[in-house]
Design a protein around this ligand. Structure first.
Ligand code: G1P
Length: 297
C-alpha cells in the first residue's frame, strides 16, 4: 500500500522554551524565515506525502492560519509585484492537504497519535514529531523510511546513535538482527531508560513509519513513563504480540528544536545555508569568534 499520509503531533506546551511559548506554539518558533513546523511539512511533501494531519491543542490557532490561504498578504504582494515572495507564500497553503484535530487532553504522545485513527484507518503512515527537524535535502528522512517500508513492509522506528549521557532523553531500541547496513530487527523498545537499563545507544529521533495496527495497542490506554500514554509502549506491545518492528538508522542532521540550544543551533546552521543570510552571518560569526578568542588570552 502506498504511503501517502502522515501525522504531526504538535500539541505539547513547549515548557522548555518558556516564555517564548507562553502564547505561541513552539512549532511556530522561527528558524531563519520559516516556522519550524514548515520545515517538517516540507520534508513530508518532498517525500511524497499528500495528506497530513496535525494534532494540535489550545493556543495553537496560528498553525492553522500559517498553512491557510492568506488573501490580504497575497493581494498586497500581487499589487507590489513581489513575484518571488508571492510564490513562496502561495506554496505554503497549496503544498499538501492539511487537516487538524485537537488532542484536548494532554495525555501523552501515544494519546495524540490515537487522535489520528479516523483519518488514517488501516493505512501505513509516517509520524514526524514536531520537535525534531532533520536536515537532508537530497534524501528527506520520511522518504528514506518510505523506501525501507516498501522493501520490508513492517513498522519502522527512525533512529540514530546518541551518546551515553543522552539515552535517558529518548526511546531506545534493542536491535537484534541486521537486515542491511542501516536496518535491524528489534526485540525491545524502552522509553527514556536510565543508562544502566538502556539496551543500546540507538535512540528514536522523532520519525516513525507505522501500520494501522498500532491503534489497537494505543487504545489500551496504558499509562507509562511520566504518567503518559507512550507511543513507545504501544510499539513494544505490538512487538510482544509477534508483529515485526524494525529500526532504521536514518541519514541526516537532526535538531531538537524543543529546547533553547537546539533552536539556536538550527538557526545558525540553517542561516549558513540560506542564500539571503549566509554571507552576513558568516561575517558576524567570524567577528564574534575573533573577539571571543581575544578575550580568552
Ligand atoms: C518523544 C518519544 C521518545 C523519542 C523522542 C524523540 O519523547 O516519546 O521515544 O525518542 O520523542 O524526540 P519527548 O521528547 O516528546 O519527551
Amino acid at each position: 500500500m502506498k504511503v501517502k499520509k502522515a501525522v504531526i503531533p504538535a500539541a505539547g506546551f513547549g515548557t522548555r522554551i518558556l516564555p517564548a511559548t507562553k502564547a505561541q506554539p513552539k512549532e511556530m518558533l522561527v528558524i531563519v524565515d520559516k516556522p519550524s513546523l514548515q520545515y517538517i511539512v516540507e520534508e513530508l511533501v518532498d517525500s511524497g506525502i499528500e495528506d497530513i494531519i496535525i494534532i494540535t491543542g489550545r493556543n495553537k490557532n496560528s498553525i492553522e492560519d500559517h498553512f491557510d490561504y492568506s488573501y490580504e498578504i497575497e493581494e498586497t504582494l500581487k499589487n507590489e509585484k513581489k513575484k518571488e515572495l508571492l510564490e513562496k507564500i502561495q506554496h505554503i497553503s497549496s503544498m499538501a492537504n492539511i487537516f487538524y484535530v485537537r488532542q484536548n487532553h494532554p495525555l501523552g504522545l501515544g494519546h495524540a497519535i490515537l487522535k489520528a485513527k479516523p483519518f488514517i484507518g488501516d493505512e501505513p503512515f509516517v509520524v514526524a514529531l514536531g520537535d525534531d527537524i532533520v536536515h537532508n535535502p537530497e534524501y528527506p528522512v520520511a522518504k528514506q523510511l518510505i523506501d525501507v517500508y516498501n522493501k520490508y513492509g513492517v513498522s519502522i522506528v527512525g533512529c540514530q546513535e546518541v551518546s551515553k549521557k543522552d539515552v535517558s532523553k529518548y526511546g531506545i531500541v534493542k536491535p537484534i538482527k541486521s537486515l542491511d547496513e542501516n536496518t535491524n530487527i528489534i526485540e525491545d523498545f524502552i522509553e527514556k531508560p536510565a543508562i544502566e537499563d538502556a539496551p543500546s545507544l540507538f535512540a528514536c529521533l522523532g520519525r516513525y513509519l507505522l501500520n494501522g495496527k498500532i491503534f489497537k495497542y494505543l487504545e489500551n490506554g496504558k499509562i507509562g513513563k511520566d504518567g503518559e500514554i507512550q507511543l513507545t509502549d504501544a510499539i513494544l506491545d505490538m512487538l510482544k504480540d509477534g508483529e515485526q518492528v524494525i529500526s532504521y538508522n536514518f541519514m541526516g542532521k537532526r535538531y531538537d528544536i524543543g529546547n533553547k540550544i537546539g533552536l539556536l543551533k538550527a538557526n545558525i546552521e540553517f542561516g549558513l545555508i540560506n542564500k539571503e543570510t549566509r554571507e552576513n552571518l558568516k561575517e558576524y560569526l567570524r567577528e564574534e569568534l575573533q573577539n571571543f578568542l581575544k578575550n580568552l588570552k
